[in-house]
Design a protein around this ligand. Structure first.
Ligand code: HEM
Ligand code: HEM
Length: 225
């Protein structure tokens, strides 16, 4: 198994075709999920009549700014952890020097990178936040009640690229080649899981908020935040 995971042929496959497959499934799958939902909604007259740009934006803005909704103010610690988690999760891979070197090697695209110590801190923040999410799902009775095995799998999918990326960078345990191979594999799994699992909330969050915001604003004349 170890020989297989560190073989040059597997590494070439992971670094080449697997990265392509991951990005194609992520982007293609996301477009497919959004367009198929929108085409189903096209025929739902009640939604078409009361969707409002003003109330959609009002809701989205209140839900993407920390503490701008009542629910966030009621759970301040969870709000801080959830925002830190999402900011570091999305920003780190985009501004990571190791990733940007790969973009440059393949496409001569030069992207802006952050210092490696900052990337490390952001990586550890994601891992720390996932540990909090796991503990919350085990300890808090109101969350445990609605927690299934799939919730832990989703958290593992989100954490795995960060754990393996950190271990590869620091070469703490195991062989460097093995860790990079696992990292690319888990990075690809995470990207491909986004359109087809609960991680698709990244795509549908905006639509859900637009719908709830329009319903509350234009129909009930109240607020959803
Ligand atoms: C699928 C394509 C990907 C490739 C080819 C790739 C490649 C790499 C490489 C070569 C490293 C550096 C290891 C070293 O220092 O030598 C790295 C580090 C890292 N990657 Fe990726 N990666 C991918 C996807 C992802 C994804 C999807 C995420 C997170 C969402 C991610 C997060 C990280 C992090 C957090 C680190 C290390 C940060 C630290 O310095 O502590 N990567 N990646
Ligand atoms: C810009 C895009 C995104 C938005 C707007 C967003 C928004 C949200 C919101 C509102 C929640 C619920 C927090 C609560 O329970 O109050 C959430 C939870 C979560 N998000 Fe995202 N998200 C985004 C992208 C992502 C991505 C890319 C991932 C991972 C690949 C991710 C992973 C998670 C996880 C694991 C949780 C659940 C934590 C738990 O309770 O177990 N999110 N997100």
């Amino acid at each position: 198994m170890y020989e297989f995971l560190t073989s040059p042929a597997l590494y070439d496959f992971l670094k080449g075709p697997l990265v392509w497959i991951s990005f194609i499934v992520f982007i293609g799958g996301s477009i497919f999920r959004i367009t198929s939902l929108l085409s189903k909604l096209k025929n739902v007259k009640i939604i078409r009549t009361y969707m409002s740009l003003k109330y959609s934006l009002r809701s989205i803005i209140h839900w993407i700014i920390p503490f701008a909704s009542t629910n966030m103010r009621k759970h301040p610690w969870f709000t801080v952890v959830a925002f830190l988690f999402h900011i570091c999760l999305i920003v780190t891979p985009l501004v990571l020097l190791a990733h940007n070197k790969l973009w440059y090697e393949s496409w001569q695209i030069r992207l802006w990178s952050i210092p490696e110590a900052v990337a490390d801190a952001m990586t550890l923040t994601v891992i720390f936040c996932v540990i909090i999410f796991i503990l919350r799902r085990i300890i808090a009775p109101e969350v445990r009640f609605v927690t299934f095995t799939s919730d832990f799998i989703i958290l593992a999918i989100a954490a795995a690229p960060f754990v393996t990326g950190f271990l590869a960078y620091h070469q703490l345990f195991f062989d460097y080649k093995l860790m990079v191979a696992l990292h690319i594999l888990f990075g690809g799994i995470m990207l491909m899981a986004i359109p087809f699992t609960r991680l698709s909330h990244m795509l549908f969050f905006w639509l859900t908020r637009a719908y709830a915001g329009s319903d509350f604003g234009a129909v009930r004349h109240s607020r959803d935040y």
